[in-house]
Design a protein around this ligand. Structure first.
Ligand SMILES: C[S@@+](CC[C@H](N)C(=O)[O-])C[C@H]1O[C@@H](n2cnc3c(N)ncnc32)[C@H](O)[C@@H]1O
Length: 617
């Protein structure tokens, strides 16, 4: 349950069409349902309990990696009076796509020498990989804009007076968000609409290929801006050569000023993938050491340009949709402080490992809002439907209801599940109960006697019960059920057998029900496809030892509870080389992890990202 709600209504800007003390004067952008965001903004940002998950180094700069939603992260920053100096966000684009993480089954270190040799010669393409859903980017426009509006207001409330914000979008929704940004930041604070010309995108037959993203750049008041120059690509427009062999052209008043090609040209608002050195997809990017294999990952060169232009050393750079951790990594490399957050566990792990490899110090905090129930909200949503016993689709019901359960006493009971992908929808409050009582219940068929309403977070149970007693004119009973309980019952930890030797732990056996379920599901899908095509399918199989399901092991030799301190760690990369304490090697994992101090706890992350902690006696 949220501890409290942190107000984040920003100062109004004269002449702008914005929310004014919660009484809307006028909105530029009117769309269906744009009023529903209004109540949640009036309520404030939900501030949840935060748990310190891990501490890396002394972290005197207070760098933060937060697992949770943008809104909760902003509530935490606001409550703790932390202001950020530069924001870059690359939120879901409303692209209509589902993003998946490729899961790589690792090499089994227990195979004998002969097989080991054969495996060394394996090409990367032969890696056994399957995909798993990471986050969905399928929205209806109205829901997206309301969500974005809340997030942007929240972000604005933690930006310093001299801060700038860059919002990375594309043609799907960029034009609508620009109107929101005009409203929130003020048209006068608009600085640039940067076009980032990439190589990604398809070429339709009846139109030009869509190959650019849009980065909207706004300030709060007086922004920091460091002059930026781009390398000259076409020296032919510098026709003169001076006595030192330098190419130049004449321009300015009466053509009296020399502009040298080697000094570069003043940066403009069209950036090409060549300017930013890399494409964000394709072979070039994949070959770079920075490539983290995270869907939608942006190149470091892009962030380098933004961070250098709009911040100075020692300032705080924030990214509330962290993904692969590109912003935090580049901020660290450029001696800035960083704050980043993301809802997905795979993102937080990618960010963590990337920052460790770059020798950054930071703390990982987790927002205890119930959304982190499974690997990410998308997977939790998918999982939920299969977890509710007896839940089946019911064509005759409004889509407000997820389906129904048959009960011998009550007959058909419609079931409501909150949408974890929408921050505000998760909270069972009087607004939602009002909707249930006055809209959803009256529309139900006459034979319905009872409905089941699942919740993640409940605002005030007593107030809700009183509200129902007072307002429910129907005979239909409402039963509330806590979703968190349902999930905690089904998440079975992974199992490990190990042996402790003088200065190392050897893993003998590892089993993960969660990964096995994924693999079985994948095999079933591929098998069905193969049958359709009349082809053979060789199912993915796991050895008896199961060590190929391990991605990462860390030993905490300092704390036996609370925040994790990684005193020794190994990561089996997807190419099977082992990274030891953040240092990449060209050797394979031998199934062991070394230590210098007696380990108190061991954390094992499986290839899908689930973590299990074992206390070592
Ligand atoms: C386009 S990706 C960011 C990619 C990142 N810029 C990079 O270069 O790696 C968007 C990210 O936003 C995260 N996300 C989605 N909804 C979120 C929310 N409400 N709060 C925080 N993160 C969210 C997703 O998990 C995803 O990692």
């Amino acid at each position: 349950m949220a501890i409290k709600y942190v107000p984040y209504f920003p100062e109004t800007i004269e002449g702008q069409a914005i929310l004014n003390n919660f009484t809307r004067t006028q909105r530029f952008l009117k769309y269906k349902d744009n009023d529903s965001v209004y109540n949640s903004i009036a309520k404030g940002m939900p501030l949840y309990e935060m748990e310190s998950i891990e501490k890396v180094g002394k972290n005197k700069d207070n760098n933060l990696v937060i697992r949770g939603e943008c809104l909760s992260a902003c509530a935490y920053l606001k409550e703790n009076d932390i202001k950020v100096d530069l924001v870059y966000i690359d939120p879901p684009f409303a692209s209509g796509a589902d993003y998946a993480k490729k899961v790589y089954i690792r090499r089994n270190p227990k195979v004998d020498e002969a097989i080991k040799k054969a495996e060394t010669e394996l090409n990367n393409d032969d890696l056994k990989a399957f995909e798993e859903k990471m986050y969905g980017d399928v929205w209806n426009k109205e829901a997206y804009l309301n969500w974005m509006y809340e997030n942007l207001l929240a972000i604005k409330s933690v930006m310093s007076e001299t801060a700038s914000i860059y919002v990375h979008l594309d043609w799907h929704i960029g034009h609508y968000v620009k109107i929101l940004m005009d409203e929130i930041f003020g048209e006068d604070n608009f600085l640039n609409e940067i076009i980032w010309h990439t190589q990604a995108g398809t070429a339709p037959l009846n139109a030009f290929a869509k190959k650019h993203d849009v980065i909207l750049f706004y300030k709060i008041t007086e922004n920091i801006f460091n002059p930026t120059r781009f390398a000259v690509k076409d020296e032919s427009i510098y026709p003169f050569t001076d006595e030192n062999g330098r190419k130049y052209r004449m321009s300015g008043n009466n053509n009296a000023t020399r502009y040298y090609a080697d000094e570069g040209r003043k940066a403009d608002d069209v950036w090409t993938w060549l300017d930013t050195k890399t494409n964000n997809i394709g072979q070039v990017f994949h070959a770079l050491p920075e490539f983290a294999d995270y869907a939608t990952q942006k190149p470091e060169a892009l962030l380098e340009r933004i961070i250098k232009a709009s911040s100075n050393e020692g300032m705080i750079v924030a990214d509330f949709f962290g993904g692969s951790g590109v912003t935090a990594t580049v901020a660290h490399k450029l001696n800035r402080k960083f704050i980043t957050c993301d809802v997905g566990i795979n993102s937080i792990q990618t960010i963590r490992d990337r920052l460790i490899s770059n020798k950054a110090e930071f703390e990982i905090l987790e927002v205890k809002d119930g959304v982190s129930l499974y690997r990410n909200p998308q997977q939790t949503m998918d999982k939920l439907k299969s977890l509710i016993q007896g839940l089946k689709n019911e064509d005759g019901l409004d889509k407000f209801w997820e389906g129904s359960i048959q009960d011998s006493k009550y007959g058909m009971m419609p079931v409501y599940i909150p949408n974890l992908l929408e921050g505000t929808g998760r909270i069972l409050d009087t607004r939602l109960v009002n909707e249930i009582i006055h809209k959803a219940l009256p529309d139900l068929p006459d034979n319905v006697k009872k409905v089941i309403v699942y919740y993640i977070d409940i605002e005030d149970k007593k107030a809700i019960d009183d509200f129902i007693k007072e307002q429910n004119d129907t005979e239909i009973e409402i039963e509330f059920r806590d979703l968190k309980q349902l999930l905690s019952e089904v998440v079975i930890g992974d199992e490990v057998d190990y042996e402790i030797k003088d200065n190392e732990i050897e893993i003998k056996h590892f089993a993960s029900d969660r990964v096995q379920q994924k693999i079985d599901g994948y095999n079933d899908k591929m098998q069905a496809q193969a049958i359709k095509k009349n082809e053979e399918y060789n199912p993915l199989t796991i050895s008896n030892e199961g060590l190929e399901l391990i991605e990462f092991i860390s030993l905490d030799c300092t704390n036996n509870e609370g925040s994790w301190i990684s005193d020794s760690e190994i990561k089996v990369e997807k190419n099977n080389y082992v990274t030891i304490n953040g240092e990449k090697t060209k050797t394979y994992w031998d199934g062991k992890i070394a230590f210098t101090k007696k380990p108190l706890r061991m954390k094992i992350r499986n290839i899908c990202g689930d973590e299990t902690i074992i206390n070592i006696k």
